[in-house]
Design a protein around this ligand. Structure first.
Ligand SMILES: Cc1cc2nc3c(=O)[nH]c(=O)nc-3n(C[C@H](O)[C@H](O)[C@H](O)COP(=O)(O)OP(=O)(O)OC[C@H]3O[C@@H](n4cnc5c(N)ncnc54)[C@H](O)[C@@H]3O)c2cc1C
Length: 609
């Protein structure tokens, strides 16, 4: 093992401190959830691991720490307790209806990879970009139905009793969306998901089986001269930075490092969502046009920079489905930001009225919480980067949930009392929601509609000047009154009212998540609230192409890259795109767990025979 480091790196620069001659270590790049799960699986089999991360130890767990901890499981104990009938068959149909895998073919266009149009052109490699993604999808849904729940619960995770219902669907049986609630929120949120994998890895560190190299940024993979096998990494040692978790850290380098002679190298470096330029570059204008949106808030920390995708690609790894991303349409500018451009996603329930930048109501079935990608497409088609939710105090108190562990102190601290107090008995909503209502730059709160529309126009003027549309009070009043009249009609023809009534058939939602249908303009439910919703970057659905063992495929798409593995978001959560075009939610943490586990098991299998 040839290593060259300065003293700051010496903590891990000791081949001797590993049980000499027993086993070469596996290098894992990335100490996020995917990397930790891989490390967990390897160390369970006594295989030594070196985990390299560009951030400091305080960021252990990466994005997962910030997450709400929602995990996609099928036919779980919690679902059954809530009377939800779920099955592998139903989940598979939902998944395939959402993923719409359409790059499976072998229609040679000579360009080297699929053309993003869904034509299935493969540049002569014989397999479309969805070849592995679809197989991962089949395997993942099976895992979610048969093993996920036991796998995580055995490690100490538990779920909230009321399973959440995300991505309620596009209004069709075969299309996008969850037919039933499947979003299992971890009791303890993201930090708890991290904890159950980090603790055993930290225990293994105490025993000398795991070494960490924090503040080491990988710039290059090292391949063996004779057979091209991945055997190490090269990069820069960054200066120490005591910045708190999530805060952007210094990129000043103080030295170089090189680490070779590894048994295998695992890329677990996350997606591109923290790098808005990379997001714009990958934007599929043909699908989500007519132009690339200009303004985003950022739903992930700056370290989610996507650099490693290019670095692996340069070494010959295949990247597929670059144009598939999962960005949200309900982003708030965080009034108390942690990372640059920090945005918070509203996890909406169905009652808010959704207007585009010109004040036109979004069409069926683009309602809050139904179909993220179709809504994104529609918004992009308006030529503006924002929309409006119009609601009132009753709806905000019951229906606004914010994504992120720090925005859910009751869940994160596992306080059942706080949970009940703020989510069931409060007429104001959770404290973080109240804070946004008070301090958030995107909120307008007024007692009557005319003043509300004036406030919305003022907000637009203050940020966009004369370039952006002015909202017309009379037109918005007509939209609201027509909607409100339908609430009083038992046989409402308004699809959103039907959705609300249907959602309330799920009893936890009728008690804690969806306000009883009422007129938005009813002053008894006031004040009125308008919230400007920004586009928010989050997840990368494409990435490094991997087979079912998380082994990276070479650029020819047919042969595996010896010694090189990828898992988590950088691998499109498996295969280079387990989600196809759309997600059912809770599938990202789940995808990190499943693909990280696959990497660990496969490498252990390769090493131990
Ligand atoms: C606020 C928020 C809420 C979320 N909620 C949910 C949810 O409820 N359910 C769900 O399923 N998903 C959720 N997600 C998504 C999920 O958390 C992420 O997709 C997942 O955690 C990604 O994990 P990862 O290990 O693949 O990557 P990351 O967590 O991004 O970790 C990658 C690590 O690699 C390091 N790294 C990158 N490049 C290099 C390099 N060149 N050299 C060295 N180190 C490098 C980074 O510093 C980082 O530590 C949420 C995400 C956020 C931000």
């Amino acid at each position: 093992m040839a290593t060259k480091t300065n003293s700051s790196a010496s903590a891990w620069d000791t081949r001797e401190s590993w049980a000499k001659g027993v086993q070469k270590p596996v290098i894992i790049i990335g100490a996020g959830l995917a990397g930790l799960v891989t490390a967990y699986e390897l160390t369970q089999q006594q295989i030594p691991v070196l985990i390299i991360d560009q951030e400091g130890r305080q960021n252990l767990g990466g994005q997962a720490f910030w997450s709400l901890g929602g995990i996609f499981c099928v036919d779980s104990v919690e679902q059954r307790r809530m009377g939800i009938k779920d099955s592998y068959r139903l989940a598979r149909r939902d998944w395939m209806g959402s993923a719409r895998f359409d790059r499976l073919g072998d229609d040679d266009d000579g360009e080297g990879e699929g053309d993003g149009s869904g034509s299935g052109k493969t540049g002569g490699r014989g397999r479309g970009q969805d070849y592995w993604g679809k197989q991962w999808a089949e395997a993942f849904v099976k895992f979610a139905a048969e093993e996920m729940e036991t796998y995580v619960k055995d490690k100490g995770l538990s779920f909230l009793f009321n399973v959440g219902w995300a991505e309620r669907g596009d209004g069709t049986a075969q299309g996008h969306g969850n037919s039933v609630p499947r979003f299992h929120i971890t009791w303890g949120a993201g930090p708890e998901v991290v904890r159950v994998f980090a603790e055993p890895v930290l225990e293994a560190e105490k025993k000398g089986l795991v070494k960490f190299a924090f503040r080491h940024v990988v710039d290059e993979l090292i391949l063996a001269d004779d057979n091209g096998r991945a055997i190490g990494v090269r990069g820069r040692v960054l200066e120490d930075d005591g910045a708190e978790r999530g805060v952007k850290s210094s990129r000043a380098a103080i030295d170089k490092f090189e680490f070779t002679d590894a048994a295998a190298v695992v890329v677990a470096t996350g997606g591109i969502g923290g790098n808005v330029e990379a997001v714009k570059k990958a934007w599929p204008v043909d699908r989500l046009g007519p132009k690339t949106p200009q303004n985003f808030v950022l739903g992930v920390p700056a370290h989610v920079d996507g650099r490693m995708l290019g670095i692996a690609e340069q070494s010959g790894a295949n990247v597929v489905n670059r144009d598939r991303m999962w960005h949200y349409t309900e982003g708030l500018q965080n009034w108390d930001p942690i990372w640059p451009g920090h945005g918070i996603r509203v996890l909406p329930a169905p009652s808010s009225l959704w207007l585009d930048a010109e004040g036109k109501r979004l069409p069926p079935f683009l309602y809050p919480g139904t179909d993220t990608l179709a809504t994104l497409k529609h918004i992009c088609g308006t030529g503006h980067d924002y929309t409006w939710f119009v609601l009132n105090q009753t709806i905000i108190a019951r229906e606004f949930a914010l994504s992120g562990s720090e925005q859910n102190p009751d869940l994160t601290s596992k306080s059942i009392w706080q949970f009940l107090k703020s989510r069931i008995f409060s007429s104001k909503g959770t404290v973080p929601v109240q804070n946004f209502q008070k301090h958030g730059a995107d909120f307008v709160v007024r007692d009557n509609l005319e003043e509300l529309v004036k406030g919305m126009n003022k907000l637009v003027m203050s940020t966009g000047g004369n370039e952006l549309p002015v909202l017309d009070y009379e037109a918005i009043k007509e939209v609201l009154e027509s909607r409100d009249d339908q609430v009083e009609n038992k046989y409402a023809k308004d699809a959103q009212i039907m959705l609300i009534r249907n959602g309330r058939n799920y009893w936890p939602d009728s008690r804690a998540r969806i306000a009883p249908p009422h007129r938005i303009l009813d002053p008894n439910h006031g004040p009125l609230i308008a919230v400007r919703m920004n586009l928010l970057t989050r997840k990368t659905l494409g990435g490094l192409e991997t087979n079912l063992k998380s082994n990276i495929m070479r650029a020819d798409g047919k042969t595996t890259f010896p010694g090189l593995y990828a898992c988590g978001e950088v691998a499109g959560f498996g295969g280079g795109g387990v989600h196809g075009y759309s997600s059912l939610e809770g599938t990202f943490l789940g995808g990190c767990i499943f693909s990280g586990r696959a990497a660990g098991l496969a490498i252990a299998g390769e090493i131990l025979g």
